[in-house]
Structure formats: C-alpha cells, structure tokens
Ligand binder design. Structure first.
Ligand code: ADP
Ligand code: MG
Length: 695
C-alpha cells in the first residue's frame, strides 16, 4: 500500500482545489474557507462544477449534504447529478446553488418542538472549512442545518459558533502580548476512540446487542481482564487485518489515523488520529465511527461503540485531547521558553482552570447519557466529579506564584510572570495520572469523561465556550492596564487563588477524593437525569446567549432533547429486557427444570433410593429465581406504564433513573445467577465468554 498516494485521495482538499480551479476562483474560495467571506454565485458555480467533475472521476453518481442533527449521528439524503437532455439522455450536473444550500425535510429530526411538522422546512448550508469527500459513490458535502426561522437544528453550527467565540477572545489576549501576526485562533482536538469487536454471528443472536448496543444480561465469564494480558498485547491476525483495512479507508478520506492498539478489556481496541481543528476532528470522528462499523461487517465482525457493552469489564471512552492553536502554528498551551511565552502560557492555563471550575456542571452534562452513566465513577473512567490535573511541577509553580514564595526548583527569587522564565516542565511526568477527568498533559488538556459513542461536537462546544468566557474576562481586565506585566501577574495569581479548589493531582478513583471534593464544594452530579437539567440554569443561559453560541430557546430545547433521548434509550432497554426475560430466559430455564424433574423421575423409576439431592436442590433454586425474575419483569412492565404520567422530560428522566433502573438491575441479577447454573445447551443466547473471546 502506497500510503502517501492513497492519503486523502477521496478528498476535495486544497491541493485538488488548486489543481482544478482557475487561479482567481481558488483565491476567492480560500478567502471563504480561511476568513469566512461569503461566496458569490458565479464562484460557487465554478467550484461546484469542478467538484462534480472530480467526484465523477472517482466514481460518484450522487451528492449529499451531510449534516449532524441532534441525534448525535450524521444524516444524509442522496441526489444524483443527472439532468435530462432533449434527446432523452442525461448529463451530469451540479450547480453552485446545490453546493451551497440544500433543503432536506426537517420534520423528522429531533427539534425539541422548535419546529412543528407543518413548518417542516429546514435547510443545510455548506461548511467550506470541512472538505467535501467521495464515499461509496457519493460526493459528501459537510453542512450546517437550520430551520427557516433561523433556529439551529444541528451540532455543527454551535460548534462553529463556539470556535468563533474562542477565536475572538483569544486574539484579544494575543494582541496584548504583542502578537500581531496571528489572524486566527482555533481549538484543536485529537480523539482517542475506543471500541469492541465481536463475531458477527454471535452478535446476531443477541437481541440486546441488536436493539441497544449493549448486553442487558450476561454472567461474568471465568476470565475477564484480571490478567491484564490484553492491554497493548499482540494484535491477532483477524483484528490486524481489520485494522489495516480500517486505516486504509480512513486515509483515503484524509483522516490521519495514527495509533492503534489493544485496550484493557478483552476484545477492546483503540484508534487515535493526529489532532486537527475541532470542527474537522468532529466531522472526521463521525466518519471514523461509521467506517469502524462498516469495515467490521466486511470482516465478519461487529463493532460495538457503546460506552458499556459488557458489565464487569471496562467500558469505552473517547479521550478528547484539546488545545488552542494559531493559524501560524503556535500551540497556546505550550509553555514556551522565554518569560513572555511563559506568561502567556500561564494566562491560558489559568483561563482553562477558571473555566472548568466555574462550569463543572456544563462539562459534566456534556458527557451525560444513559450509556456513559455506566462508566463514569466506575473505577475505569473518571468519577462524575469534575477536577483538573496539572501535575506536580506545575502545581509547585502555581503554589509559589499564589503564595509569593520562592519556587523550590529554581533557587531564585520569587517569580514575576512576564519577567521571569518558568522552570522547564518535564513532559512525561504530567501524563502519569490516568484517573483525572481533565488532565494537563504537557501541551494540551485531555478530557477523559467523553463516552465512546458521543459526537465530539457537544463536549467541545462547552470547552470552547467556557474558555472563551474566561479569556473575555481576562482581556477586559488587561486591556486597560497601565503596567501590563504587573497586571498579568496579579490577574493570574488572583484567579488561581479563586479557582484552586478544582485542582486535584491524586487518585480520582479513591473514596477519599469523593469526600474531599464534597468538602471543597465541587459538584457531584451522579447521573444524566441529575446533570442534564442544569444546562438551562440561569448562569448557562446567560453565558451562551452573551457569547452567541446558543439562544435561550435553543438551550431549553436542547435540554429537552437530551433528556428525551435518555428516556427513550432506557425505555428501549427496558422493553428489550422484558422481551428477553419473558420470551427467552423464562421458558429456557423452565425447560431445563422440566428435564431435571424428568431425570429425577427416571432415576426413581430405576432405583427407588437413587440419590437426587443435587437435581432437587437445583430445581428449587432455579424455580424460585425464575419466579422472582418473572415477578420483577411484571413490575417493570407496570413501571413503564406508570412512566406515562410524568409531565416533563426532567421528571420522566428522574423516574427512569430512580425507579426503572433499579428494577432492571434486579431482573439482571436473577437472570445472571440462573445462567450460572443452567446447562449450556439450554441457555438461549451466547455467553460473555463466547462473545468476548470470539475474535
Ligand atoms: P497519549 O497517548 O499519551 O495520550 P499522544 O501524544 O499520543 O498522548 O496524544 C494522544 C492524542 O492527543 C492524539 O490524538 C494526538 O493527536 C492528540 N494531541 C496531541 N497534541 C494535541 C494538541 N495540541 N491539540 C489537540 N490534540 C492533541
Ligand atoms: Mg491519551
């Protein structure tokens, strides 16, 4: 495989644009891409035609406006390029208008009641900052999705708006440090994507996996992850062939798939790309997830992206590595070497610390879902309490600044920001702590709470917005300062003092931390039902509308959509559980019991005194457990009927979290215990052992 040759071969990127567009058109288009200038129709027509010719050469017959409704996945509707001619033939056509706007029927996408079905008109608008590409015979055009009343209906638009807010505020700061060359600041993201691979035939035998993406039943197999023999282990040939194929597909789409390895749990793996601008990273992560599933299918496997496909072993996350960069390639979270660079770094670092402390609720709820509730706080993923890890060296620096004492490592006077250089921070020591939800890892932050199936848009809208808001306050204060270095020093020290409670470098999995965090007054929003309603808190409504990321109405409707999604997921899980318990497990166990009874009778027929204690004991045990499971299943049915009485999405979510989930856990407990003592041939679906060691 010639990687440089195939890389981005299916992407209409700058290089292709330059080759295929007249010089003037190319220059105009760059102004649109880099500086957001609107594109006029004549230019759009030329671009569209070049794009179509290129796509047709790649085998495309259709185009689609590719968008990201609030379902968390992508949507597409394909139109062919064909246009009839007078002689009854067709030619391939694609106009500037078709490139720039589309009109999908918007009525069936979640909108939280923004748009009634009768005004089902929505439109998609080309996002030229994310390149078009060809996949499966179609030209994909990344787009934003709006309603005609201007209401935003997708995840991309607010992400772009949050990036614009960050750009504006970060540039104000850079100018204060005398940087006149940077034209743009954008956030960057590299997302480590975890996933499971299981055999497709086994997958098809499990209704829970098919309907919900996770196992609702399953006793622990004799071997799980306790030997720690899977993490970074040798990759077997079947998985290796899969990963190779996956890399190739992603490279063709211009995705910088870089690292791949086995993860902690059996059948679990990870893929990490090289980081890129957040908007592109978010689009590309959608393609990564989709391609993972598609390629798995070709290899006779199924790829599970759920946060917790299997109880008792690790679930899957998506570590969101985040930083800010200028268009000139400067990473704003890189400490640098000179006093000025150091001072600037400390300011950006402090802004992030302040942002996280003041908006723990937003970060927490940006990763809240029914799936991720199984992970957060389960000793495999960060707890539900948000905190920041900065590492020992940096904490020492922060301490000495705050207290105005000498920095131990330097043996020098006390440090003055903007005047003195920071001690060099050894990079590797900042990356040891794997338990922190929000960790500084040398030149970026790693937000580790994101669930594996999440769109990157949600969490990054939040990070960009809250950091932009902290930078805005800093810029307001510093722009009027007479002595910049003194004001900078004062601002950083004061903000560290005010926000220090969010810094924690210890073990986030420990119980002591939960207690300590409570003492510090940190939030602990245990599940999605508790976390999500905070989105519409007054503080957040003001924040988003002030920075023009969301209107108040958009925040409220999005809160409802997220809560409704949580309830729908749990409702599907509950119904699936009911069906499996009633139609599969209950009859299977009864059949086994009947055969055990027949065995006892047969034994007694032959020999009156034949020992049957084992059978009798088992019959008793299974009968009572099956009975109990059946009762709980009925209770679950009644609860689901009762749930209809909940009047608001928040009330319904709380009902599911508090009432429905505990009953589901009980049903599972009975079923899993029965699985452990039911003969193999009777059990109605593949076991954990078979699923986890099938590939
Ligand atoms: P580790 O594996 O120790 O977490 P890596 O350096 O391999 O650290 O980075 C993991 C992810 O972080 C990769 O996807 C990488 O591209 C991303 N990353 C590195 N630098 C940045 C940055 N400045 N901004 C955003 N993501 C970054
Ligand atoms: Mg990492």
């Amino acid at each position: 495989m010639n990687v440089p040759e195939i890389f981005a071969s299916n992407v209409f990127n700058r290089q292709v644009m330059q080759q295929r567009l007249p010089k003037e058109v190319y220059k105009t288009l760059l102004k649109t891409i880099d500086e957001g200038y609107p594109l006029d129709t004549s230019v759009a027509n030329v671009v569209a035609n070049a794009m179509k010719d290129w796509a047709v050469e790649k085998g495309a017959t259709h185009f689609t406006h590719w968008f990201q409704p609030m379902t968390g996945i992508t949507a597409e509707k394909h139109d062919s390029f064909i246009s009839p001619t007078k002689d009854g033939k067709v030619i391939m056509e694609f106009s500037g208008k078709e490139l720039v706007v589309g009109e999908p029927d918007a009525s069936s996408f979640p909108s939280g009641g923004v748009r009634a079905t009768f005004e089902a008109r929505g439109y998609t608008a080309w996002d030229p900052t994310s390149f078009a590409f060809v996949k499966d015979g179609t030209l994909y055009i990344p787009t934003a999705f709006f309603s005609y009343s201007g209401e935003v209906l997708d995840k991309k638009t607010p992400l772009l708006k949050s990036m614009a807010a960050l750009n504006k505020q970060a540039l104000r700061i850079l100018r204060l440090f005398g940087n006149t060359t940077a034209k743009q600041v954008f956030s960057t993201v590299g997302a480590e994507q975890e996933y499971f691979l299981i055999d497709k035939e086994l997958f098809e035998k499990r209704k829970d996996l098919i309907y919900t993406g996770r196992t609702l039943f399953g006793a622990k197999p004799p071997k799980g992850q306790e030997l720690e023999d899977h993490y970074f282990g040798a990759i077997n040939t079947r998985v290796s062939a899969y990963m190779r194929d996956l890399d190739e597909e992603l490279w063709k789409l211009g995705i910088l798939a870089k690292t791949k390895h086995n993860e902690v749990a059996p059948a679990q793996h990870e893929l990490a790309p090289v980081f890129t601008s957040t908007n592109v990273a978010s689009d590309q992560n959608q393609l990564v997830m989709e391609t993972m599933k598609k390629v798995a299918d070709r290899h006779g496997m199924h790829c599970l992206l759920h946060e917790k496909p299997f109880a008792g072993i690790n679930g899957s996350g998506k570590h969101n590595n985040w930083s800010m960069s200028t268009d000139t390639g400067l990473n704003l979270l890189d400490p640098g070497f000179t006093p000025a660079e150091n001072g600037q770094f400390m300011l950006f670092l402090t802004a992030v610390i302040k942002a996280v402390n003041e908006h723990q609720d937003l970060l927490r709820l940006s990763v809240a879902s029914a799936g991720n509730d199984h992970r957060l706080g389960a000793n495999e993923a960060p707890p539900a309490i948000v905190s920041v890890f900065v590492g020992e060296e940096l904490e020492e620096v922060i301490d000495s600044l705050e207290k105005g004492v000498k920095y131990a490592g330097k043996g020098k006077k006390t440090m003055q920001l903007g005047v003195d250089t920071l001690p060099e921070l050894p990079k590797d020591t900042t990356d040891r702590n794997r338990t922190s939800p929000f960790a500084f890892t040398g030149n970026k932050f790693e937000f580790r709470m994101v669930g594996s199936s999440f769109s990157l848009a949600g969490p990054n809208i939040i990070i960009n917005t809250i950091v932009a808001d902290a930078l805005r306050q800093f810029a307001d204060e510093l722009e009027g300062a007479a002595d910049f270095n003194a004001a900078l020093h004062d601002l950083v020290v004061r903000n560290i003092r005010e926000n220090k409670r969010i810094i924690f470098n210890g073990n986030n999995y420990s119980e002591e931390w939960a207690k300590e965090a409570e003492k510090r007054g940190l939030l602990n929003l245990k599940n999605a039902a508790e976390a999500l309603p905070h989105f519409a808190d007054r503080k957040n409504l003001e924040l988003f509308s002030f920075l023009r990321v969301f209107t108040e109405r958009e925040v409220r409707t999005r809160t409802d959509i997220m809560l409704e999604n949580y309830c729908k997921v749990l409702n599907i899980e509950a119904l699936t559980m009911e069906e499996m318990a009633k139609k599969d497990i209950y009859p299977a166990v009864n059949k086994y019991i009947r055969d055990l009874c027949a065995t006892v009778r047969a034994k007694k027929d032959v020999c009156e005194k034949a020992p049957c204690a084992a059978e009798e004991k088992l019959i008793g045990k299974l009968s009572s457990m099956n009975e109990a499971m059946s009762e709980k299943t009925e209770a679950l049915e009644e609860l689901l009927i009762g749930s209809k009485a909940c009047k608001t999405p928040a009330a319904l979510a709380a009902f599911f979290a508090e009432k429905v989930i505990p009953v589901m856990q009980e049903i599972r407990m009975y079923a899993d215990n029965m699985e452990l003592c039911t003969a193999k041939e009777y059990w109605p679906f593949p076991t954990y052992g078979e699923l986890l060691f099938s590939v």
